[in-house]
Design a protein around this ligand. Structure first.
Ligand code: PMP
Length: 360
């Protein structure tokens, strides 16, 4: 068996321990004589899996009791619609446009009401986070929306926006459980799990209870109603059972690593290894304003497209895969999520140094 260093932005690397455990339990989960894929979502065994998973993510993020945790499907894209459908009262949402994902969410909200773009960093290809200390928040806004970590561009909100009292909604898909969060500052936190937590197919929504309403927009599909899913404990219909089971294992793994404080420390150390090299390299350089850098997604370029292509090719041959930047921005991107070992980053930097010596 040979595992590569997988720098994919998502679906992404998962902890080897978790994969091995899942493999060992594939034919017979906990004496049930079947895999989790084959069992009823109403069975005792699955009930225990989903309830334990919920408790573990509550422990990790210290989620206050007045928040519900939902395990849903449809990815982040479904939440682009579910957020306005469930939260619109005045049919007004304020969006901070820091990249393609925020922009898609903003466009989706426009299908249901007025979505204002109250700040944007598009003028510099989303390479920074705009100043959000005094934004023109609409007095009728039902919420202010951010994409907290911008997977494609490698930026992160290190300070939350001043929402002037409005509910904050955050897409945390690419920084989920990478560091502690103060959940009480948010109305809704959601993220697809396929980067830091598990296989594609599960999206986790953490929502303050007073935002869960029955009088959602009348056009809201039943399956997308937070009140319906909350009442049913995420079991209104068949949930993505196997994905939830893997998420549960990753939560246990995170606890074993020392929780989110320990993950933050480890992730910052990993990112620093790469950023320090990018700052000193004569060939490679980072593309993001320093104070807005993400510790999860690290984009970089050589400034020469052909050299970028050659680097990606040679890196792949050396066992460092999925380093090509997003198709819309080019260059390279190393996604160094929770499960990427520090050794992977150290070895990548060694490889980059060697490439630099050969090509600078
Ligand atoms: N938001 C962010 C921050 C993302 O990185 C992505 C995708 N990679 C999405 C949303 C879209 O996620 P999905 O494909 O699960 O809908």
């Amino acid at each position: 068996m040979s595992r590569v260093y997988n720098f994919s932005a998502g679906p992404a690397v998962l902890p080897e321990e978790v994969l091995k455990e899942a493999a060992a339990e594939m034919l017979d989960y906990n004496g049930t004589g079947m895999s989790v894929m084959e069992m009823s979502h109403r069975s005792k065994a699955f009930e225990e899996i989903i309830q334990t998973a919920e408790q573990d993510i509550r422990d990790l993020l210290k989620i206050p009791d007045n928040y519900k945790v939902l395990f849903l499907q449809g990815g982040a894209h479904q939440q682009f619609a579910a957020v306005p459908l469930n939260l619109f009262k005045n049919r007004v949402g304020d969006y901070i446009i820091t990249g393609q994902w925020a922009k898609k969410a903003w466009k989706e909200a426009k299908l249901y009401g007025t979505a204002n773009a109250i700040a944007s960093s598009e003028d510099k290809t989303f390479s920074y986070i705009p100043d959000c200390s005094d934004l023109p928040v609409d007095e009728n806004a039902d919420y202010v929306y951010i994409c907290e970590n911008n997977t494609i561009y490698g930026t992160k909100f290190h300070t939350l926006p001043n929402t002037k009292g409005k509910t904050l909604v955050s897409d945390v898909s690419s920084c989920f459980l990478s560091e502690p969060m103060d959940v009480s500052k948010y109305g809704v936190i959601y993220g697809g799990v396929q980067k830091n937590i598990g296989p594609a197919g599960v999206v986790i929504v953490i929502i303050r209870e007073d935002l869960i309403r029955e009088d959602v927009l009348p056009e809201t599909p039943t399956i997308m109603r937070y009140d319906v899913q909350a009442k049913a404990g995420s079991l209104y219909n068949t949930p993505p059972c196997y994905g939830i089971y893997i998420c549960g294992k990753v939560f246990k793994w995170l606890k074993k690593q020392g929780g989110l404080e320990a993950m933050k420390e480890r992730n910052e150390r990993k990112a620093k290894i790469l950023y320090d090299y990018l700052d000193e390299s004569k060939l490679f350089h980072g593309t993001v304003r320093k104070e807005d850098r993400s510790i999860m997604n690290v984009p970089f370029v050589t400034g020469d497209k052909e050299l970028d292509t050659l680097f990606v090719k040679e890196a792949e041959a050396a066992g460092f895969v999925n380093l090509k930047g997003h198709r819309t921005v080019g260059g390279m991107r190393a996604s160094i999520y929770n499960a990427m070992p520090e050794e992977g980053v150290v070895k990548l930097v060694e490889f980059m140094k060697k490439f630099e010596a050969e090509h600078a």
